[in-house]
Design a binder for this molecule. Structure first.
Ligand code: FMN
Length: 368
């Protein structure tokens, strides 16, 4: 698909997930295949200008990590412009503006969802960035502040007029947080509001079928996937095949999940060093294990891992322990198989009466 001047290999995008969409994870997703464009975690524009090393670590990239968008947050037009110039100079192919972040520290300074309530000011900020850089400028927003203020269609239109090359929209309001159902009709309204730029739908896409439904029912040009990719880095490849051929590829085998998880750890160690990489991996590995079947033996031990050797020993032990749940062919016995993933907008019953299938990670990002 086209995004401004860019020709992307697929219309599937990796959403920014602060604390998770770092270089190792983006490389994993790219190696598995199917993703058209990956975005970094959100980065504070001012911190980039002030050369804060933590902000620079967030935009660390490598030749294999391409095409890459950097997401910026901030509300001072000059700072957003200068930060866009920095990320352009460092090889990002597009720059995204965070307009849907409900974290207090972002809203407090007028960024994130607060931007959605001030159309003219926000359009001017976007225009300043568009005029300064050659790469496309995109914006990511929620549907609005709450159900009575669904500002995304008007905002999307205003930003298109200001030169934005695409709009990413999470089909929930700020008030919803991560609860309730993703509103496909709301995304469709954003699609209808813009003249020609692509709108990319987002929210709760955890299966290829959910991506197809979002595309079909909203008319969006592409789909952006966050937590679904954390469960399942294969989601892009399987979705691409499903939407282009109509046939649904099987889920990855346990061995393939293990192979990719180990590769993920190797990349974490390469980028962050063994000590920090292993420590950070303690919160990554349990996402893989959610699809392993019985996994408490794994989760209990992985949170103590300090080295690659410890991880590999722990994994060997787990693989042996897991055998008790397998049949003769080495498949999980049916009663131990994990429940199928279901997007909020594909459930029959109202969300409040069904189990929430995609947890929002706890820890430093619990306020998302
Ligand atoms: C842990 C976490 C971190 C997130 N970080 C960001 C971020 O940095 N920038 C942003 O625009 N959205 C962020 N989001 C929102 C996601 O990009 C996405 O819009 C949301 O999770 C819905 O999509 P999903 O259901 O596919 O995850 C974050 C969400 C979570 C759960």
């Amino acid at each position: 698909m086209r995004l401004g001047p860019l020709n992307l290999n697929s219309n599937l995008f990796l959403s920014p997930l602060a604390g998770y969409t770092n270089l190792p994870f983006r490389l994993v997703v790219r190696e598995v295949g199917g993703v058209g464009l990956c975005t970094t975690d959100l980065v504070n524009a001012r911190s980039l200008i002030e050369k804060n090393p933590k902000a620079y670590k967030l935009i660390e990239t490598s030749p294999a990590d391409s095409p890459l968008a950097v997401q910026l947050f901030g509300s001072v037009p000059g700072e957003m412009r200068d930060a866009a110039l920095i990320v352009e100079a460092r090889g990002a192919v597009s720059v995204d503006i965070n307009m849907g972040c409900p974290v207090k520290k972002v809203v407090k300074i007028g960024g994130g969802s607060a931007m959605m309530t001030e159309l003219d000011k926000t359009a001017a900020l976007v225009r300043g960035m568009v005029d300064a850089v050659k790469i496309p400028v995109t914006a990511k927003m929620r549907l609005g502040w709450d159900d009575d203020n669904l500002t995304a269609p008007d905002l999307a239109r205003a930003l298109e007029d200001a030169g934005a090359a695409a709009i990413f929209v999470h089909g929930r309001t700020r008030e919803q947080g991560f609860g309730g159902t993703v509103n496909l009709a709301g995304i469709r309204k954003v699609v209808a509001a813009v003249k020609s730029i692509p709108v990319i739908g987002n929210g709760d896409v955890v299966t290829p079928e959910a991506a197809k439904k979002m595309l079909a029912e909203t008319g969006c040009a592409g789909v952006s996937i966050g937590r679904g990719a954390f469960y399942d880095p294969w989601i892009f490849r399987r979705t691409l095949e499903f939407i282009s051929t109509g046939s649904l590829p099987p889920e990855p085998s346990f061995d393939e999940r293990i192979r990719v998880m180990q590769r993920h750890l190797d990349l974490m160690i390469e980028v962050f060093g063994e000590e920090l990489g292993c420590r950070m991996f303690r919160k990554v590995a349990p996402w893989y294990s959610k699809r392993f079947g019985p996994c408490h033996e794994f989760n209990k031990k992985v949170v103590q891992v300090r080295t690659r050797t410890e991880f590999n020993d722990m994994l060997k032990h787990y693989v042996r322990w897991r055998r008790q749940f397998l049949d003769e062919a080495g498949e999980l016995l049916p009663r131990f198989q994990p429940a199928p993933m279901i997007a909020s907008f594909m459930r029959d019953a109202p969300a409040s009466t069904t189990r929430e299938h995609i947890p929002v990670p706890k820890g430093p990002v619990e306020v998302w």
